[in-house]
Design a protein around this ligand. Structure first.
Ligand SMILES: NC(=O)c1ccc[n+]([C@@H]2O[C@H](COP(=O)([O-])OP(=O)(O)OC[C@H]3O[C@@H](n4cnc5c(N)ncnc54)[C@H](OP(=O)(O)O)[C@@H]3O)[C@@H](O)[C@H]2O)c1
Length: 242
């Protein structure tokens, strides 16, 4: 067992999309477990409030800002996070967006937006982080996929296409990084009660997962390393008893 990957040891973690939903719950969960965080998001009051909440609980998060579609900003934010933290052990690619509409009603610009954030944005973040992890011969990349990474549904063309593409990127990287000490995991949630897709969570099926459940699973993926590697983890709401 390598010393850097001792199970349950505190890690330095860069998390994208921490302002709300799964990202916010993950940030709070990881901070409460003693991990050191770099919160990478677009500037917002929510991001500042999250950092303040973690600080009031005794944590010391680093806040760096970038839109994942802006390569220059991403490189600069990741450089800043590495400098502040000393090193980054874990990268969580959580930032994402969805547009739900029948394909023929989905604008070309909406298609491009989903792809730019969920595929190219994640690739940009990974490309900016990988030299650091390769130099350390250690790193854990965790991509937040979806149940739509492998199963599509009506109104999900752009979103499912983006998550299928992310699945392909995840699996290709795994092959290319084999033996380097940099490993790649993917977590694929089913429906989660967040504002995802611009939809009020109170209007979503209340049997769906709480974001804290995904946060718990992400912490497990991180802390398990050293015992073994959780590669792909699918989490779905438990079916209601009839
Ligand atoms: N909710 C679900 O049912 C569900 C199910 C499976 C998988 N997922 C996945 O889980 C992840 C998080 O989703 P969520 O449900 O927590 O959604 P959410 O509440 O809408 O949060 C999305 C996060 O992504 C960030 N983001 C969006 N576009 C960005 C951009 N261009 N640059 C940087 N950050 C950007 C948002 O930041 P801003 O504050 O700057 O907008 C926000 O922090 C996504 O990858 C999503 O595909 C969600």
């Amino acid at each position: 067992m390598s010393a850097t990957n001792t199970p349950n040891k505190a890690r330095n973690i860069l998390l994208t999309g921490p302002s709300r939903g799964i990202g916010r719950a993950t940030a709070l969960g990881l901070a409460a477990r003693g991990h050191q965080l770099a919160l990478m998001g677009r500037p917002s009051a929510e991001l500042d409030q999250l950092a303040e909440t973690i600080r009031s609980g005794g944590g010391a998060p680093v806040v760096v800002t970038a839109d994942v579609r802006d390569e220059t900003a991403v490189k600069s934010a990741i450089g800043e996070a590495i400098e502040e933290l000393g090193h980054v052990d874990v990268l969580i690619n959580n930032a994402g967006m969805g547009r739900y509409a029948p394909f023929e009603e989905l604008g070309a610009d909406e298609w491009e937006h989903v792809m730019a954030v969920n595929v190219t944005g994640v690739a940009t973040v990974i490309r900016s982080m990988l030299p650091h992890m390769r130099a350390a011969s250690n790193g854990h990349i965790i991509n937040v996929g979806s149940i739509r990474s492998t199963e599509t549904a009506a109104t999900c063309s752009a979103y499912a296409a983006s998550k299928f593409a992310l699945d392909a990127l995840t699996k290709t990287l795994r092959l290319e990084l084999d033996g380097t000490g940099v490993v790649v995991s993917q977590i694929c949630p089913g429906g989660v009660l967040t504002e995802f897709g611009g939809i009020d969570p109170t209007t979503k099926p209340q049997s769906w997962l709480q974001p804290e459940a995904i946060a718990e699973a992400v912490a497990m993926i991180i802390e398990f390393r050293g015992l073994g590697l959780v590669r792909d983890l699918t989490i779905v709401p438990e079916p209601l008893r009839s």
